[in-house]
Design a binder for this molecule. Structure first.
Ligand code: DAH
Length: 340
């Protein structure tokens, strides 16, 4: 029995030293030798067969063996814990002296940047920003804007029709009507957004581009107020020296209507490459809201008047940034975008 006990001790020591690579393996060793169904317990069950003299001797030896195995187990457990901690620390080690990875920062698209700048100027003058649907009813895009069924404007706008009555809006002007239907004067809104025309893509045309609509309706709104407000905008956008030129024009939804030019901010009006020698750059269409449009929205043109304007965001961005090809905005070549 003494030999058996010594054998258990040496086997257990060996197992602890060589088979227990982690805490759970070590636990299995503990169960195998010291557990209730373990080898030591099994051996001690045979103590009954010993003589009364032998019993205390073997009992003391068995206790010693148990204590010794236990001490080995505890020591090994400590060792494993330390090992686990140091390998975890090694894994998580951060070398703060390694140079950082190159990180590419994104930036706003030049069109978004210009739209935001324009928006900020009008917001500072008390305008609200409103949104309108890009898939629009013929009614809002044409009919309600005083552009009847057979009006030539419907051809010139080369519209993308979805059905007879539904289309991709060819201008942001329908937002005027949607706004006036919902809100009664005073109205002071801008509405930037995408518009669609079935143009072939070239250096100045794109089937999708962006407009910036404006509408003011109240009692006593005059053409003078329109001029004043556009001048304030142009000076903030293009520089304090900027002058405006109004040329008579025709839009079905305004009367009178005008096309508006700004003095070239590169040459100041003398003529240069940007303004193609003209000294002026056309930036928008505008006018006094046609009485038919007001009436269609249940606003009495004898009581209220209004002005409206619409400009192309690409056109303004191209002018501002000195770009002569609209396609650059949509190709998203990072070398181009990074310049702004
Ligand atoms: N919607 C016009 C266009 O696409 C631009 C325009 C002209 C808008 C005059 C207006 C306006 O609000 O009053 O060509």
């Amino acid at each position: 029995m003494k030999e058996k006990l010594e054998k258990i001790l040496s086997e257990a020591k060996d197992a602890i030293a060589n088979q227990a690579d982690d805490i759970s393996a070590l636990d299995a060793v503990r169960v195998k030798y010291l557990g209730k169904k373990g080898e030591l317990t099994a051996l001690l069950r045979g103590m009954g067969a010993l003589s009364p003299e032998e019993r205390p001797v073997i009992g003391a030896l068995a206790n010693k063996v148990r204590e010794e195995i236990d001490a080995f187990l505890t020591e090994k457990a400590e060792e494993l814990k330390t090992k686990a901690l140091s390998s975890k620390l090694a894994e998580e080690k951060i070398d703060v002296t390694i140079p950082g990875d190159d990180f590419e920062f994104g930036a706003h698209h030049p069109l978004s940047e210009v739209r935001r700048e324009m928006t900020d100027i009008f917001v500072s003058m008390g305008f609200d920003v409103v949104d309108g649907p890009e898939v629009e009813l013929d009614y809002y895009n044409f009919q309600a804007l005083n552009i009847p069924e057979n009006h030539p404007a419907r051809d010139t706008q080369d519209t993308f029709y979805i059905t007879d009555k539904i289309l991709l809006r060819s201008q942001t002007s329908p937002v005027q009507v949607r706004t006036m239907e919902k809100q009664k004067p005073p109205i002071r809104i801008i509405s930037p957004g995408a518009v669609y025309r079935s143009d072939t893509l070239d250096s100045t045309h794109s089937p999708v581009f962006h407009q910036f609509e404006g509408l003011v309706v109240d009692k006593g709104i005059t053409m003078g107020a329109l001029k004043d407000m556009l001048e304030t905008f142009a000076k903030k956008m293009f520089g304090a020296e900027t002058r405006l030129r109004f040329r008579p024009h025709h839009f079905p939804f305004t009367e009178p209507s005008a096309e508006v030019d700004v003095s070239c901010f590169v040459c100041g009006g003398k003529g240069c490459r940007l303004c193609k020698g003209e000294g002026w750059i056309e930036i928008l269409g505008a006018g006094m809201v046609h009485p038919n449009v007001l009436r269609g929205c249940d606003i009495d043109p004898d009581v209220y008047s209004g002005f409206a304007f619409g400009m192309g965001i690409e056109r303004i961005a191209m002018t501002r940034l000195g770009i002569d090809d609209i396609r650059l905005f949509y190709e998203n070549d990072k070398r181009f975008l990074k310049q702004f």
